[in-house]
Design a protein around this ligand. Structure first.
Ligand code: ZN
Length: 160
């Protein structure tokens, strides 16, 4: 089911999301919700989506990868690279607005997979950028809080 993506200034986007209990991840309720998030991300041509963007304050994000959509439950960034880089970002919840955001070039991430398994991996480049952007959503932080050179434009890329 495609869900409605909330836009600023919806107050839900500024709240902190709550962790999901590990034994609940595999229940039908969360399985369906993760499917909804993936469908909603695809329908909006996004490359990432966080649960609070559809108004549900739980710590679940979807990241688009070369091998398909990846769901991360309770993601934690445990290590951040010293090196940072700047790239242009947009957000499905802040339509038509873009800006340059400085983020770490690589991250170490711990999370629970959609199958309820504990996973840990390293992310680099755009993959790391999307994860950092989506984890920010779980804390009520939006890219415009960090962006420089904010501009409005039509038909840009990389909405997360
Ligand atoms: Zn976003």
């Amino acid at each position: 089911m495609i869900r409605k993506v909330l836009h600023l200034p919806d107050p839900q986007l500024r709240k902190k999301s709550l962790a999901v209990a590990i034994n609940e991840v595999k229940t039908g309720k969360y399985k369906r919700f993760i499917c909804d998030l993936i469908e909603t991300m695809k329908a909006n041509d996004g490359i990432g989506l966080a649960a609070p963007q559809v108004g549900k304050l739980v710590r679940i994000v979807i990241i688009s990868t070369k091998s398909g959509p990846l769901a991360l439950v309770n993601p934690v960034i445990s290590v951040r690279s010293w090196r940072k880089c700047v790239d242009e970002e947009g957000c499905l919840s802040v339509p038509g607005i873009y800006g340059d955001v400085k983020r770490n070039t690589s991250l170490k991430v711990k999370a629970i997979s959609a199958d309820g398994a504990r996973i840990e991996f390293r992310a680099r480049g755009l993959f790391a950028r999307v994860i950092d952007h989506e984890v920010d959503h779980l804390n009520g932080v939006l890219f415009i809080d960090k962006a420089k050179n904010i501009k409005s434009a039509e038909n840009q890329k990389k909405e997360l």
